[in-house]
Every structure is written in C-alpha cells, then in structure tokens.
Design a binder for this molecule. Structure first.
Ligand SMILES: [Zn+2]
Length: 676
C-alpha cells in the first residue's frame, strides 16, 4: 500500500524540504508524486536540461523512506517553447487560439509538440529509468481535462482526414455511413471533409460529430502511446506506467487509454460533489468504474485533502471526512493513496486549492487525521495485499453511447451517466457490490446480473455476447433506445429494439418523451409481490408490444395506458428484462429487489442503516476484509451476526454494534466464525 502526497520541491525553498520529509515520515508516508508541472525547471531553455534539483529532492525524501512517482511535465509546456512555436496552441471550435496562461493548451496532434515531448520524456526516462527511488511514472496530467480533448486546428483537420481514410477507405463509404446527401453535404474530395466546428445552429451530422469524438480520443491515446513507448524503452517493469484519470470524465475513451497503461490511476475529490447525501454513491461509481477499466486495483494519485478552490470554494472537509473518504477509496480497490497536495501553495492559480497543511505549513487537524490513517493503513496493508473487490453484478458503461447521447440527448436534460448512476445507486444503497465494465469485456460469464443501460449502438460481438450470456443462464436488464442505431450513429432500419427484439421478447413501434408537465404513472403487475404498487415514469416512454415477454410494470395513463413499461422474457436458461422508461426511485428499488433476489445477489452485510456503506476486499482462500463506512452525520447501530474482529481497534464485534459519524470498521471474520 502506497501512502503519501503530491509534493512540488520547486514551490518551496530548499531549506524547507527536509522538514516536510520528516513530517511525512511521521505521518506514515512512503511515496510522493513530483514533477508533472516542472518542465521549466527541468529544461529552462531549449536543449538545456537541469535535473540536479530533482535528484536532490528524490534523494532527500528517500532518506526518510519516501520514494517518488514522477510525472512527465507535458501538461504545462514552457513559454519559451510556445512562443517559438505558436502553432502548438489548440484552437477551439470557433477557431480561437487557446493561448498561454493556464495549462493543457497544446494540440496533441501537433508534430512539433510531439518532438519536444519526445525530447523531455527521453531525458527524464534516461535519467530516472533505473533510479531505485523512482517507483512509477504518471504520463502528463489529467489528459483531456478542462475541455482540451478536442482541438480544431489545421493539424487536427489533416489528422482527422487521415483517420477517416483509414476507417472508411473510400469517400463513397464515408458519404454513405454519414448520410451526407442530406442538405447537399456530399463530399466529392477528401480535402472537403471538415471538422464539426462553429456553424449555423442545429448542429452537425451526428455521424461526423461522433467520429470526431472518436478521432479526438484516439489522438490523445496516440499522444499517450508516444510517451509510453519512450518510458518502456528506458524503464523496467518495476516502474509501472500510469496516468491520472478523472472518474466520470468522458471526453476520452478510458478503456482505450488504460489498455496501454500498466495500471489505472484516479483523481478523486468527493466533497466537490454537490449534494452531500449523494456523495457516497457518486464517488463510489467513480472508484468502481476505474477498477473496471482494467479489471484490477488502481492508484489514487490525487486524493482530496482539503478545500478545493480555483476561484470559488467547494465545501471544506469536516473533521473525520478525509479519513472516511480515504477508506472508501481503499475499500473499493485503491492500492495507493496520494493526497493532493501536501501543503497549500501561497501563490498562483491554486493558492486556494488546499492541501493537508494550510498555508503556514504547520501540522493542523488535517495532518493529524492523515497521520492516523497512515498508522492504520500500515497495520492493514499486509492483510490487504493481493485483495480486490469481486462482484456478481455489473453495469455496462460505453463511452461511444455516452457520446452519442451527449450529441443527441433525446429528452431535454437527459444525461447518460446520471441514468447509469440511478441504477448504480440501487446497488450502492443495498451494499450489493457491482462492477462497471466495458461492453467489449471478454465475457460476462462471471456475473449473475448484467445491467446494460442505453445500449443504443452496439458492435456485433457485444450483441452476441449478451445473447450468449443470457442463453447460458444470466439475467440481463436493458432499457430504452437499445438497438436503435448502427455503430456509426445512424438509425438502424429495423423495428426496435433491433438485434435485441428476440432476446427481450418485445417489439417497440412507437415512443416519445415524457414532459415534466404531463406526468405518467406506473403500476406493478403481479411480479415480485408488488401488485398494484404505484410509481412515476419520466423522460421517455416506449410503447411495448410483448412478443413472448410478460409484463412486470405498466403505464397507467396517456394513450399507452395499460401497455408494459417493464417486461421480462425467458430466453435460453436466463432472463432478459426491458425497461421502457426512467423509473422513479421507489419503483426502481422494488423492481431491482425482485431481480436481485431472483439472480441470487447478496449484500456484503445485511440490514445496514441508510448511509452506511459496506465493501469487501477479498483474496485467495477465505482471506477478506470488510470495510463498513458511516457516511451519516450521526451515530448508527446495526447488528453483525457473524463474529468479527475490527482490525482498526482489535475489538471483537458480534451482535448489535454502534458506529459514530464518519466511523470506520475494517472487519475480519474471527477464527470462530470461519470455522463454522
Ligand atoms: Zn489540433
């Protein structure tokens, strides 16, 4: 278990470094992240490299048992470089140059910038590739962040045309796939192909826009691959290569990006989530999505440690909150906790982005809290080694469908990831572990329940995998817009839900949006003992005709009153559910209580109070640690039937126990209960 903070020696006088290293050691730190914005210090003028200050810092921290993860500095190119080559700057969709002043203003397709990237990364890799105190590499910083995933410059236009030629081979094929005959947009030469830049309102061709998003994601992936290639050439496997991803950020296909990395890393700021009672599940889904990218544990390279603020403040973490969120990260599969940042900077854009230490640099309540976590994690670490979260349920998240829904949200205000989070919340509230996985996952066989929201576009392999999964006994839940489009974002000329009609045992010929001013009611049919239970539909309705499926929930008004809103179909040895609307919370809970019970899913611990999260990390044999986290602002009580030992206190727990606000249990089953 790595435990530490982001530390920037270039921000502080050298005389201070040792004080910081000593305080970190006393807090149980064993790692710092450095250098990801220090290009100007490492290459103050073109071709003149200076690493002595970094050598010195790495050595000093090493003397205190703290090793270093190095960031490549390409998110912040120096002014001398950009002044010399202003064509490196991104252009926004109105053609404006995105000039110097913050960060990330480079175009990842710019050949000149790739040359400079190659030079600085090679110098770093050669110097630190065999350094015993460098234990990993972070590429760049938050790739694509602050709206920099897509650039509309000439380099990108040229690269986009090349990308399209590789994809479609002929212009005729591109014209056909996008349907450019509409509005006389047919291309008669490759040079005519344009970027989806500023134009008259209504938006561009959906096929063009989706392909541009795919191209933009591929461009960043290619830029990352350039750096990975250099690092692999000079660095041993003992220095894993990662980059810090951002949870629900969706401008890049994180499955693609992480496929090229040794491991995934996450930046997480739970208290920036606006609604306090939603923070636990909204942060939880980000952790689970990161674990799902490679199906393995991950690092947190920026963990909230204070009040985030660029210009306006997010809430300040109250006493006990940093510890609580840290344990949520560890529970859900983080094997490194690196707080952002060590000490709050006294100047520049992040002077209010608070770290563990306030501006004055003396130990305060956050330091004491983090030190407590350090002591605890040092004890837990051996028990957590080679453990991870294993789930019997999974939610399929697809970036391409998410992009398609961003391009055309269908209903005003509809957001793909919020809809996913609605399903996720059920599992989080019930403490049933759920993975978040790619539609391209090797197979769904290990799961008893698969939720596939909004699978509007799907590759043939995914269609086949879902059918195979259900045929072999799995339970799938799909919902509205499934099968509506081809992979290139044009409509599939088939009755809905297209390739899933047989699986789901339904046909949908008619559909529409549900406006908030004209509410539509729901009522359960006989299923799951909920007969007559009433609820509300929102956002969308499908007028479903069952072709073999049975009705689970019906609409109760409008012209489709009495028609199914939720159906269930037996298929092979399994079951396929279809939800033709957005369900209110209580209907969704009642439905999924039934589906989960039918699929044999069980909570980590039964009957926990609301706001108490339980997650199991398990290893080989019967080794496991169950984390119980009280997100409430008050003490709660609950019963633990099996005898357990709380590894944090050494206390044996059986029967009713209480847990204070922000309280944590790290439970290991006692020998007595294991032998039963
Ligand atoms: Zn560009």
């Amino acid at each position: 278990m790595l435990f530490g903070a982001c530390y920037y020696p270039e921000h502080w006088v050298k005389e201070r470094w040792e004080t910081d290293a000593r305080m970190m050691k006393e807090a149980g730190f064993n790692v710092v992240r450095m250098a990801e914005f220090a290009w100007i210090k490492m290459e103050p003028a073109e071709g003149e490299f200076d690493f002595e200050w970094l050598d010195e810092a790495i050595a000093l921290f090493s003397a205190y048992g703290i090793r270093t993860i190095l960031g490549t500095p390409t998110a912040g190119p120096p002014k001398w470089l950009l002044d010399k080559h202003p064509d490196i700057y991104q252009r926004d969709y109105q053609g404006h140059v995105r000039g110097f002043g913050t960060r990330r203003s480079y175009c990842s397709n710019n050949a000149t910038y790739r040359d400079y990237t190659r030079a600085i990364v090679t110098e770093m890799a050669k110097r630190y590739g065999s350094h015993p105190d460098v234990i990993g590499w972070q590429i760049d910083n938050e790739l694509g962040a602050i709206d920099t995933a897509r650039c509309y410059c000439d380099s990108c236009k040229t690269a986009f045309v090349g990308w399209l030629k590789r994809k479609y081979a002929t212009l005729d094929r591109l014209n056909e796939e996008w349907g450019t005959i509409f509005s006389s947009q047919l291309f008669t030469a490759w040079e005519q192909v344009h970027l989806p830049a500023y134009s008259v309102h209504q938006g561009h061709n959906p096929g063009l826009v989706l392909d541009f998003r795919r191209f933009s994601s591929d461009s960043v992936r290619g830029y990352q691959a350039l750096q990975i290639g250099i690092l692999r050439e000079h660095c041993p496997p003992a220095q894993p290569i990662t980059t810090n991803l951002m949870g629900s950020f969706n401008d890049l296909d994180y499955y693609d990006l992480s496929a090229d990395l040794d491991l995934v890393s996450l930046d997480i700021y739970p208290i920036m989530k606006k609604v306090p009672e939603e923070r636990a599940f909204r942060t939880g889904i980000n952790h689970d999505a990161m674990r799902g990218l490679k199906g393995m544990n991950y690092w947190v390279l920026e963990h909230q440690s204070g009040t985030p603020c660029t210009n306006t403040f997010s809430p300040t973490p109250k006493p006990g909150e940093l510890r609580r969120w840290t344990y949520q990260s560890v529970a859900r599969g983080a094997d490194a906790i690196v707080y952002f940042r060590w000490r709050t900077l006294t100047y520049a854009l992040e002077e209010y982005w608070h770290g563990i230490l306030q501006h004055h640099g003396k130990p305060g309540r956050k330091y004491r809290e983090v030190r407590q976590v350090g002591e605890e994690l040092a004890r837990l670490a051996p028990l957590l080694a080679d453990t991870t979260v294993r789930s019997k349920a999974a939610i399929v998240k697809c970036f391409h469908n998410e992009w398609a829904f961003e391009i055309q949200p269908h209903a005003s205000g509809f957001v793909y990831k919020d809809h996913q989070a609605d399903y996720y919340r059920y599992f989080h509230d019930r403490n049933i572990q759920v993975d978040v996985i790619s539609p391209d996952s090797a197979g769904f066989d290990g799961y008893d329940l698969l939720i596939v929201p909004n699978l509007m576009m799907s590759k043939e392999a995914t269609v086949r995998a879902i059918h195979d999964y259900v045929r072999a006994g799995g339970t799938v839940v799909m919902d509205f817009r499934a099968g509506a489009k081809e992979w290139n974002n044009r409509m599939l000329p088939e009755i809905l839900p297209g390739p899933f009609a047989g699986l789901l045992g339904i046909e949908v010929d008619d559909y529409g949006i549900i406006e908030p001013e004209h509410p539509v009611g729901l009522a359960f049919a006989e299923a799951f003992g909920n007969a007559g239970l009433a609820g509300q539909a929102a956002t969308w309705y499908d007028v479903i005709e069952p072709i073999g499926a049975s009705t689970v929930v019906r609409f109760t008004n409008d012209y489709f009153a009495g028609c199914p809103a939720v159906t269930r179909n037996e298929y092979g040895a399994g079951r396929a559910y279809y939800i033709g609307t957005e369900l209110d919370r209580s209907t969704l809970n009642a439905l999924f209580d039934g589906i989960s019970a039918e699929a044999g899913l069980k909570p980590v611990l039964p009957s926990l109070p609301q706001g108490v999260e339980a997650v199991r990390r398990e290893g080989d044999g019967r080794r496991e640690v169950i984390f119980v986290i009280n997100h409430n602002e008050c003490e709660v009580s609950f019963a633990i039937e099996d005898g357990c030992v709380d590894l944090l206190t050494g206390r044996t727990i059986r029967g009713v126990t209480s847990l204070a606000a922000n309280g944590i249990l790290a439970l290991e089953r006692s020998n007595e209960s294991i032998s039963q």
